[in-house]
Ligand binder design. Sequence first.
Ligand code: MN
Length: 262
Amino acid sequence: MPATNAPTLFISDLHLSVARPGMMQLFLYFLQEEALHARHLYILGDFFEFWVGRGAEQEAANRDILSALRHLTAQGVPVSIMGGNRDFMLDTSLRQLCGADFLKDPTVIDLQGSPCLLTHGDLLCTDDLAYQRFRRIIQHPLTRLTLGNLPYAWRTRLAGGLRQASQDAMQQKTAMIMDVNPDAVLAALRGQRPYPPTPDGRPYPLLIHGHTHRPGIHEIVLDGQHCRRIVLGDWYETGSVLRSDARGIRLENFGSGTADNC
Ligand SMILES: [Mn+2]
């Protein structure tokens, strides 16, 4: 059972895949060494390189990950997982698969007594019109229902095709188009009002997201109020963890020298 001063941990964009066994191992190590002592672990999307729904839990690599998460939740550490653009087929079956909660995007939580807005981040990239159009189609309930009824092998092939198409499209796009749009960030924060005043006087929530793979802490002035946007890092060269406890909030690397050569 975690201690009362245990940190809340946030991670995203692990893109777990058998193609990168080093990061799989690093994540399993992270669960044992860090998450086991946490108050809560939040995984904000693109946890898996892709997750095609029912049947994915049978893959050997996914079984290892799910069983490690099951162990963690059984030890009393709550785990909440949000789907990303790669693993958007994740759903409420997570509870059954590994004891984790499924988080809808966006979600507001209470973090150390203050509101905190959690989102994967792709919804904030509104300059990427082609992607937003694709997202509306692929995440439509009818599309998901149709996809969910396809045989597992077809869904896997389809996911591989979508991933390739997305990688090809990214090469054509500028870095600015793939980053968050500042107005979309402000709109997301404004959309969460009204709030009761927070203890530190911030009427707007802290915003935490991933997706862009550009870790950083950004100060924003909104309606004369200072608020913050924290971007989580990916798990390619090293792990990346946001740690929040009574001492504050810190964005840290986790592990090093474990990068996969691919
Ligand atoms: Mn993403």
